[in-house]
Ligand binder design. Structure first.
Ligand code: 2AM
Length: 180
């Protein structure tokens, strides 16, 4: 199954993110219930491997912490295709990410190689009209780049399964791990 590890967001955060999405140029906004901060994308994994990972994730001991947004950003260079809300890389967050990476290794998995850039994806845009989308995104960022978004408390994280449906992608929580 296709799986990932993420921090879910409280309604106080998703509501203003959805208001921001309403101003997006044409594209595919991420559905409110799917907004999350990815800690690690795992790709397709055997159930038995995920069971081993679950055991390791249960063993993570870390305290709850606060996060805040630091603006908006895009992935995709001059032809941006992904708009995200940037999350400040607090040390408690990078520490949790490091612990999750350790759990992945102990479960025999290869952690993602890319540098961890904490963010919440807000929308995706097609390749076809990249230049147009880029211009419109730049306008959107100029207008909303410093939009204040509320900070939020992180009290846990989850292991999720991602499935594709005709209506779009759906994320199902497989297990939640509390920070205490
Ligand atoms: P992102 O939106 O936070 O960047 C669940 O599929 C999540 O895993 C996605 O929302 C995306 O996180 C991340 N993801 C999906 N496919 C990926 C891929 N091929 N490489 C890296 N991350 C991916």
């Amino acid at each position: 199954m296709r799986a990932f590890i993420a921090i879910d967001l409280p309604e106080e955060v998703t509501a203003p993110l959805v208001r921001l999405q309403a101003g997006l140029p044409a594209g595919r906004p991420v559905a409110e219930e799917n907004l999350h901060l990815t800690l690690a994308f795992l790709g397709d994994q055997e159930e038995v491997v995920l069971e081993g990972l679950h055991y390791e994730l249960e063993g993570i001991k870390a305290p709850p912490f606060e996060l805040c947004f630091s603006g908006l950003g895009t992935f995709g260079g001059n032809r941006p295709r992904i708009l995200f809300a940037d999350v400040a890389p607090e040390s408690a967050l990078t520490d949790l990410h490091r612990r999750v990476t350790g759990a992945l290794r102990r479960a025999g998995m290869v952690p993602p190689r890319e540098r961890f850039h904490p963010h919440v994806t807000l929308g995706r845009f097609g390749n076809g009209a990249a230049a147009d989308v880029a211009a419109r995104l730049r306008g959107f960022l100029a207008e909303h780049g410093d939009t204040p978004l509320p900070g939020f408390a992180v009290t846990g994280f989850g292991l999720y399964e991602s499935t594709r449906h005709p209506s779009g992608v759906r994320y199902e929580l497989l297990a939640r791990y509390d920070l205490v």
